[in-house]
Design a protein around this ligand. Structure first.
Ligand SMILES: Cc1cc2nc3c(=O)[nH]c(=O)nc-3n(C[C@H](O)[C@H](O)[C@H](O)COP(=O)(O)OP(=O)(O)OC[C@H]3O[C@@H](n4cnc5c(N)ncnc54)[C@H](O)[C@@H]3O)c2cc1C
Length: 379
């Protein structure tokens, strides 16, 4: 693969970066403490601005593979400035939008996708948990009744849940995978109160309960003969979490570097000490390695390479764990300043844990990597 940005890629990257002036960054930092109406308004404002750059629909058309690096260029910019905004945007555009675009009938999803790509909709995706102790089953299921499906189910966590206009819920119909497009206003849909989380506090997360929700046939994707839509969702979720981790590393590294150069102790900038320099060197090495692996993985995914699912897990595990290490080293360097609530490093330190437990957990990803290595790929 060619890692070079084209002139158009660089132009796109700078147009995305230009959205994040100091006023915008202040607004984004305020998302952590924002009430839901303000959170929805700010998220919506950035979705509309991003839509003007073409960001929201990038990588979803017939040219998807060739747009991969350009998309990554833009994603990096958003992830660098705000991890929370990045997750909220990617859940709406890449996960929800990509699911509808890739697996819905065009006439079925057009009235949702058009406003979504204009940045007018916030969306959530709830991949249902297994029912009881039965692997491969779903806690959400439905039966057909006339021209509707009657859906019952529960999901413990849905990012964007409390501010979503639409929620795509995976479930099963007679043992087959289906995706139900529900709206919070539908009878039987109960979006839980916003959960207080350790990190990524600018993303509103809630549970979701569905009790005998009547979803019209026209709002159901599938039933599908295989689990491809769910596998696709998991892969994109893991890719997004990898890029979020890369953004987090660059953000906390920049703050640690600034502190190392500018903070003087006993007449000397702390960055003059070898102990501090070694930490900075390790941080940059981890961030750069994770970034390169994320590029390669996104490319393999876009070109449907056989090893893409394995590499997605490798990238997710590496970037998640590297971001915990980098955030921890940044905290050590920026010390007291970083420990104060609201500091970039303090926020990054709290955010960092998320990537290892969200999406495919590091344990399950490692099991999958080893299985693929032994059964599918030659080294
Ligand atoms: C803030 C937040 C937001 C979220 N947002 C969304 C969302 O928008 N949409 C969505 O679909 N989901 C969302 N999730 C769910 C998230 O993807 C899951 O939390 C994640 O998949 C982990 O699931 P769990 O907490 O149920 O862990 P569990 O699956 O219960 O695992 C618990 C622990 O046991 C380990 N473990 C489990 N099974 C095995 C095994 N077979 N072998 C070895 N170890 C094992 C795990 O690795 C983990 O360490 C969100 C979660 C959080 C916390």
């Amino acid at each position: 693969m060619n890692f070079d940005w084209t002139a158009e890629d660089l132009d796109f990257k700078s147009r995305v970066a230009a959205l994040f002036d100091s006023e915008s960054v202040t607004a984004l930092e305020g998302l952590e403490r924002a009430e839901l109406p303000e959170l929805k308004a700010t998220t919506g404002m950035f979705l509309r601005r991003l839509s003007e750059t073409g960001y929201l629909s990038l990588g979803m058309g017939p040219e998807a593979a060739s747009e991969t690096l350009r998309l990554m260029a833009g994603q990096e910019e958003v992830a660098l400035f705000s991890g929370s905004l990045f997750l909220a945007v990617e859940t709406t555009a890449r996960l929800f939008g990509g699911l509808l675009k890739g697996f819905g009938e065009p006439e079925q999803v057009r009235d949702i996708l058009e406003p979504l790509f204009r940045g007018e909709i916030v969306a959530a995706v709830a991949m249902s948990e297994p029912a009881g102790n039965e692997p491969g089953t779903s806690r959400t299921s439905a039966r057909e009744d006339g021209d509707s499906f009657v859906v019952n189910g529960r999901k413990s966590f849905a990012s964007n849940g409390p501010i979503a206009d639409y929620i795509a819920v995976t479930g099963e119909v007679d043992g087959l995978l289906a995706v139900f497009l529900v709206e919070p206003r539908m009878e039987g849909v109960a979006v839980g109160t916003r959960l207080q989380t350790l990190g990524y506090n600018g993303v509103a997360v809630s549970s979701l309960d569905l009790t005998a929700v009547r979803v019209p046939r026209s709002r159901v994707l599938g039933p599908f003969r295989d689990a491809k839509p769910l596998e696709w969702l998991r892969q994109i979720d893991n890719l997004v979490l990898s890029v979020a981790s890369v953004g987090l590393m660059h953000r906390t590294l920049a703050e640690a570097r600034r502190h190392a150069s500018g903070h003087v102790r006993d007449g000397k900038a702390v960055g003059k000490h070898q102990e501090v320099r070694f930490k900075l060197a390790e941080m940059l090495t981890l961030a750069q390695t994770a970034q390169l692996l994320a590029y390669r993985t996104a490319w393999l995914h876009a070109t449907a390479a056989d090893e893409a699912p394995t590499l997605i897990h490798c990238a997710k595990v590496f970037s998640a764990e590297a971001s915990e290490r980098v955030a921890s080293l940044a905290m050590q360097i920026a010390a007291g300043d970083a420990y104060v609530s609201g500091n970039v490093v303090e926020r990054g330190y709290r955010d960092a844990k998320y990537a290892a437990i969200a999406g495919t957990t590091s344990e399950l990803a490692r099991m999958s990597i080893a299985q693929d290595l032994l059964n599918l790929h030659r080294v």
